[in-house]
Ligand binder design. Structure first.
Ligand SMILES: [Fe+2]
Length: 306
């Protein structure tokens, strides 16, 4: 077993790359590379890309994890009897290609060359009830779209939760942060899982899998700069007539402030900020489904999020 470091990218296919690129730019991503058949989009962080669209029938293809080293990539290739191949796209790199029990393509990548980091929009000091450090300085944000920093997590609906959980954990070393149950604690529906980064913090979840019985893409989630950035993005997307799904609110599990939208082919994509970070020693918990669909503030999940 290796321990992956993070999620690397999500892959989709869509029949119109112009339309996808326009939506993703409005959503706060930046073009990394595009050719006749493939669109690669990035964010503020130096990752060469984290959203890929191939020209074709609309759909979700799969997700990729970042291995901690070339050695880990070689190890997983050996244990899976798979090849280490060259990864297409900006930044190059190497890849091992697998298929999960639901038919989703799962790639493990390493040795991608980073791009130049993009500037995070400047922010002013914030005055609140606790402290008022901003004096003789007017707050003028000048935000248009949100600014996506990175891909944070991917959520999939799976055929059999325990089978998928075992498949992902035994290969990639994922740790359960919160296992979701319905009724009694032994009736598991799914789990939020994080990467094992030892003493380094990891997002509360890099993956969430829900045992609905039918494999389906649920959503991919992208970290934005801060709350103002998320709200600026919300109003920009609203003004352009995109389909809003859920939010703005604050999740219970993971604690993020969230806002969900649909891409032009109906794939749910989330903006989030201010999520929980956990080290490996934090351990695992169980939580009722009410904590999954409920919120700390905002509206609870609509049925269309299932
Ligand atoms: Fe999410």
């Amino acid at each position: 077993m290796i321990k992956v470091d993070d999620i690397a990218f999500v892959r989709f296919s869509a029949p119109d790359l112009d339309k996808m690129e326009m939506f993703l730019k409005d959503f706060g991503l930046v073009r990394a590379h595009r050719d006749d058949k493939t669109l690669y989009m990035r964010g503020l962080d130096p990752d060469p890309y984290f959203h890929v669209t191939h020209l074709g029938e609309p759909g979700f293809i799969g997700l990729a994890f970042e291995a901690k080293s070339d050695g880990d990539l070689a190890q997983i290739a050996k244990s899976e009897d798979a090849k280490v191949e060259t990864l297409d796209g900006p930044g190059g790199g190497k890849v091992v290609r697998l298929t999960d029990p639901n038919g989703f393509k799962v790639e493990v990548v390493a040795a991608r060359s980073p791009l130049e980091k993009l500037d995070v929009p400047a922010t002013d000091l914030t005055n609140d009830a606790r402290a008022q450090p901003r004096r003789n300085h007017l707050k003028r944000l000048q935000l248009k779209t949100a600014h996506v920093k990175r891909l944070g997590h991917c959520v999939i609906n799976v055929k059999d939760f325990r089978a998928s959980e075992a498949w992902y954990k035994s290969r990639f070393g994922l740790i359960t942060s919160d296992e979701i149950f319905i009724g009694s604690e032994d009736q598991a529906l799914g789990a939020f899982m994080r990467c094992d980064r030892g003493d380094l913090p990891a997002d509360h979840h890099t993956m969430f899998m829900v045992g609905t019985g039918t494999p389906k893409f649920n959503h991919a989630a992208f970290e934005v700069v801060d709350y103002d950035d998320l709200m600026a993005g919300h109003h920009l997307l609203k003004s352009k007539g995109y389909v809003h799904e859920w939010g703005v609110g604050r999740h219970i599990l993971g604690s993020q402030v969230f806002d969900y939208w649909r891409d032009p082919w109906g794939h749910a994509v989330e903006h989030w900020t201010d999520g929980d970070l956990l080290t490996a020693s934090w351990g695992s918990r169980k939580a009722p489904i009410d904590d999954l669909v409920g919120v700390q503030w905002g509206m609870p999940a609509p049925p269309t999020m299932a």
